[in-house]
Write a protein that binds this ligand. Structure first.
Ligand code: NAD
Length: 416
């Protein structure tokens, strides 16, 4: 079987590798020629796929190219391009449109096209199908079309492409069967649903569920702080309930390509149906306020020792949006750093995964020596490589936004 994958980022590259490892012939296409060049040299562009897993597949089962012509003889083509928000927070489907146009140029009867990019219900049927049909072929009749949301969680190792159930919704029953067969090559369990719209909505439901629950615990963290109650102790105790409770931890705010963005795809669509989606908007507002709360806590931590933010030296520990990865998209550390710099603080950072942050004009300082002259260290992202005990031992004052200093009793440590 030959499979084409369009878009070789956090979603597309692991998928292309999984298909190649399952003995499919894979052609991976990306418009980013720099990324294509490094991938073709066997140098992976994402941490979840180490280069020594990628390199042996090249020239054997996996071809990486910027030229989509080779998609023509693929039996299945999977689209994994970005779906960001435009300036007014409305969906930006231009990448999906462009990928659809690319496919329409080479589409032939009998091929299966699957969209994996997260988007609002109706995109596959009402937006992508007409673009593909510019080929002169009819969706559901001449070619198969389905939506299958990606559930990859970068940095996670306990669930993989193989062991995470895959939801599939086809335009017709035959479309669904073809897509189920495709994902059966790489996934232990495929969950079929009746339409692409159900599959599209399912992904948004999953992400909104997380966003709302994170907002809830973030709001409770702010309240607990005002009440002088340790929110982490509350959460640990609540999590002892074996049913009817799912643990979410507070933090400096939400980042990444999914949670700060995807829910607004549904909020946008809901307006067409005259329904303001209040949970989505409220969760967005609460989570967006969280970096401000973090800065407020930092200012208070300095104030407690008689120092203003202005002129203080503040070291951020971990700046990527979550632990174990280098992804800086929507990372709350960016907002926190900008606000502290605006207050006149002298900000530096250490992150073993992020050598530099061009947006801030900063590079990661080595851990050894990072605390010299620092007034405050803020644990923003708790990478495993950052030795929390050493942070507490060396920093004159610590603000822990991730609760990783629980169990360490020290007067100079404050927690979210
Ligand atoms: N990153 C995640 O954790 C995650 C998880 C689940 C779902 N998703 C969804 O998957 C989709 C892709 O996300 P991602 O994180 O992989 O994005 P990404 O930015 O890491 O990768 C997308 C790739 O697509 C390429 N591309 C853009 N337009 C193209 C075109 N017309 N033809 C060929 N290549 C093109 C880009 O150059 C880029 O390499 C998004 O809809 C996202 O919401 C992401």
């Amino acid at each position: 079987m030959k499979v084409g994958v369009i878009g070789l980022g956090y979603v597309g590259l692991p998928l292309a590798v999984a298909f190649a490892e399952a003995a499919a012939d894979v052609i991976g296409v990306d418009v980013d020629e720099g990324a294509v060049e490094s991938l073709a040299r066997g140098e992976s562009t994402i941490e979840d796929i180490p280069s020594d897993r990628l390199a042996p597949l090249l020239g054997e089962r996996l071809e990486v190219t910027a030229d989509p012509a080779g998609l023509e003889d693929a039996e299945a083509i999977v689209i994994c391009v970005p779906t960001p928000l435009a300036h007014q927070r409305e969906p930006d489907l231009s990448y999906v449109d462009a990928a659809g146009f690319t496919v329409s140029q080479i589409l032939r009867p009998g091929q299966l096209v699957v969209l994996e990019s997260t988007t609002y219900p109706g995109t596959t049927r009402d937006r992508l199908a007409p673009i593909l049909e510019e080929s002169g072929l009819k969706a559901g009749t001449d070619f198969h079309l389905a939506f299958s949301p990606e559930r990859i969680d970068p940095g996670r190792t306990d669930f993989t492409v193989k062991t995470t159930p895959k939801v599939v919704g086809g335009l017709t029953e035959a479309c669904c069967e073809r897509a189920t067969e495709l994902y059966g090559l790489i996934c232990d369990h495929v969950v079929t649903v009746s339409t692409p719209e159900v599959a599209e909505f399912t992904k948004l439901h999953e992400n909104i569920f997380r966003s709302v629950n994170i907002a809830l615990v973030n709001e409770l963290a702010v309240l607990a702080n005002r009440m002088g109650i340790d929110v982490w102790e509350v959460i640990d105790a609540a999590a002892s309930k074996p049913f009817g409770f799912m643990r979410f931890d507070p933090g400096p705010g939400m980042g990444g390509h999914c949670l700060p963005i995807d829910p607004f795809y549904l909020a946008f669509k809901a307006r067409e149906y005259d329904l303001p989606t209040e949970f989505i908007e409220l969760a967005g507002r609460v989570n967006q306020a969280q970096p401000h709360f973090a800065v407020d806590r930092a200012v208070r931590a300095l104030n407690d020792v008689g120092k203003p933010a202005k002129g203080s030296r503040i070291l951020l520990l971990g700046v990527s949006y979550k632990a174990g990865i280098s992804d800086m998209r929507e990372a709350p550390a960016l907002k926190i750093a900008r606000m502290l710099i605006e207050l006149g603080a002298d900000v530096s950072y250490h992150d073993p995964h992020v050598p530099e942050v061009p947006e801030l004009g900063l590079g990661s300082v080595p851990f050894d020596g990072a605390f010299e002259g620092a007034d405050l260290a803020i644990i923003v992202t708790a990478h495993q490589e950052i030795d929390v005990g050493a942070v507490v031992a060396q920093a004159p004052r610590v603000l822990d936004l991730r609760g990783v200093t629980r169990g360490i009793d020290a007067d100079h440590v404050v927690r979210l």
